[in-house]
Design a protein around this ligand. Sequence first.
Ligand code: SF4
Length: 403
Amino acid sequence: MSPALSGDGLELASKYEQPAFDRYTRPPKSLYLHFPFCEHRCHYCDFSVTRSAEPPVRSWLDAIEVETAWWFENMKWESPAVLDTLFIGGGTPSLIGSEGLVELKCRLARWFDIEPEKTEWTVEANPASFSYELATVWRESGVNRISLGVQSLDDAVLLWLGRLHDRERAVAAVGEAHAAGFERVSIDLLFGLPDDVERNLVREIDEAIKLNLSHISLYGLSVEPRTPLAKWIQSGRVSAPSEIRYADGYRLLSKELCAAGYDHYEVSNFARPGEQCRHNWYYWNRAPYLAFGPSAHGFIPPIRIWNVYRWEQYEGSLSEGLGPIDGWERVSEKDEALERIWMGLRTMKGLSMRSQSKTLSVQLERWAEAGWLKRQTDRWIPTVEGWLRMDSMVAEIASSEVR
Ligand code: SF4
């Protein structure tokens, strides 16, 4: 459905979706902010980021403030509203700096209650622009969870990926976060690299485990069109990542991290007991959440909303009074059923055995026999082998009438 960017995009949505929006007399309790700037673009990245050594932090803060006001005014929400989770992702949010983050908190305080003891406040950071000083100010401001884009603990791999930091900087950044008082520190790790990129994954996992992290997220390398990586593969400079290496890496990471006491609680996420990322559960539970900033995707069930993609257009749209929204769609009942299955399969909550259709139950039984699901009281829980095949399981459900 195409949106109206006539200064009242949400009013238009309200016109057609009155019953859906009417339910939301209060804002969702979860907010994502996208900071769309990086000093440099990594070789595999196609996110909505603008390269900038000195990002326009003030303009970003202004834009976030305008978007927040736009939502509260259009929805007639009362402020301040309690936030259960706040997540600042990017891009490279560590480039917001200390002053920028303090300023952001002041500006958001007009609309949201951010309470250090209650709100899970995560900020992503690049080890290259992270420091003890920055971490200290963030911690004092109420940030209580750091997610570091480490990706690898091998210098040659980091160089190949086009990352700005080396292994030593990544390890130092984790230490700085801990020293500044962060008990909740997560890192991202990439796996599934092309066969020609040498890597000792076992050594890297061992080192990651010694870093005393509360949480680890895994990302399989994907080849996105128009990235340097895609061009290298096209020209034959490197081979495409192989499914075998992907699967071997995933199995190994899951085995080692679980042996070290982490729970593999979602297809890509591992946590120490009690340390799961609360923010992500809003996505996986299909709970309402707001998302501000260029390219951010929000969800006010049953409506999914996405913002103008590029920073310049997003900023321009807001400053012309046209609002932040690029598009929105109502999730149909049929798609909702599929989303629920997909979200269930991706987490260790799994799927209830009770509420499935007969045909889906038969299919799930078959997958259980194949070792892709296991029975736990009255639920089907995915195994590592199941997670490796999650996309094809969901595709099979989507293309058939088994729902
Ligand atoms: S730091 Fe992250 S967002 Fe920025 S270019 Fe690299 S992968 Fe993309």
